[in-house]
Write a protein that binds this ligand. Structure first.
Ligand code: RIB
Ligand code: CA
Length: 309
């Protein structure tokens, strides 16, 4: 069944793979991409979204969003994603500019115009844009179908602090607003994404598939090997989001009540037992996820020009 989605993202190496996968899959209709500063600054994340679309030869509106967290300084992850945010991997130049309509206005317009519950949000980044939507137009936010977000660490150590994960720690106030809004939120924490990694054989498999999407994803993952043991890539965090949207059966959800640490200390962004009920993916059939990722990148559905504006 076709699902219409908006991808909120800070591309970013793993974001790029997730976006290429979503664009390539026949059951996902990417209606728009909204960007946020996150990994590498709003100018670069927005330009990278346009470059990824150029590579996939797809016309999807891109709307630039928040240039900084709600209430903190911006701290990027360029050490992981490289100065260009895409690990130095060759991508085409953008073939179209970003829309003049900012992300917040686009989210309000598109969700307001869509039949209630028909539009899902795939959140691959700090939740600043989504929190602004909830704050600015709560009645519109309640029309969202599913909100699936990569973020947090439950039983796993963090990746930017001993208990905090980048997307949540970058903007804890935004995460707390999103968690407490009562939206149909599924969170995919490091507990799951750290189980989804590529090895050298997987890179070979992608290279053999031969499509631009598969070859570039191979190069992106190779860039993600840098700084690891060399035996396997860093976790493929963000691709888990569109994969759960399509195949929730490959993930094991647990109902939890969580809150976000919004202190200024080293625990900022840590998840703790709290009051907000949400589904948290805590298990995954990682090989099945990797297989679908490779097969889809190797057999992208025909490019569509998106009529959505
Ligand atoms: O912690 C992983 C998350 O932070 C991913 O979304 C990655 O792209 C970075 O933004
Ligand atoms: Ca990301």
């Amino acid at each position: 069944m076709m699902r219409r989605v908006i991808i909120d993202t800070d591309p970013g190496i793993d974001d790029a793979i997730a976006i290429l996968f979503a664009l390539a899959h026949p059951q996902l209709d990417v209606a728009a991409i909204t960007t946020v500063a996150g990994n590498i600054g709003i100018g670069t994340t927005t330009r990278n979204a346009l470059r990824i679309l150029a590579l996939a030869e797809q016309a999807v509106p891109v709307h630039a969003g928040a240039a900084r967290p709600l209430a903190r300084e911006h701290a990027d992850a360029s050490a992981i994603h490289g100065r260009d945010g895409l690990g130095g991997v060759a991508f085409p130049e953008p073939v179209a500019p970003a829309s003049d309509e900012p992300a917040l206005q686009a989210l309000i317009r598109m969700i307001g115009e869509a039949p209630e519950g028909s539009l899902d949000i795939l959140a691959l980044a700090p939740l600043t844009n989504i929190a602004m939507l909830i704050r600015e137009a709560p009645q519109i936010a309640r029309r969202i179908g599913r909100l699936i977000a990569m973020g947090g660490a439950v039983r796993e150590p963090g990746n930017v602090g001993k208990r905090s994960e980048f997307n949540i720690a970058h903007d804890p106030e935004a995460a707390e607003i999103v968690f407490s809004a009562g939206l149909p939120l599924t969170l995919i924490p490091l507990d799951v994404t750290r189980k989804v990694r590529a090895d050298a054989a997987y890179l070979e498999r992608l290279a053999t598939l031969g499509t631009p999407q598969a070859i570039v994803s191979r190069d992106l993952i190779a860039a993600y090997f840098i700084g690891t043991s060399g035996g396997e890539s860093r976790p493929l965090h963000d691709p888990c989001v569109p994969l759960l949207a399509l195949r929730p059966d490959l993930f094991t959800p647990e109902a939890m009540r969580l809150s976000v640490d919004c202190s200024q200390g080293e625990l900022a962004g840590a998840l703790a037992p709290g009051e907000h009920p949400l589904d948290v993916a805590m298990g995954v059939r990682a090989q099945a996820v990797l297989d679908i990722l490779a097969e889809t990148l190797g057999h992208p559905s025909s490019p569509r020009t998106t009529s959505h504006q």
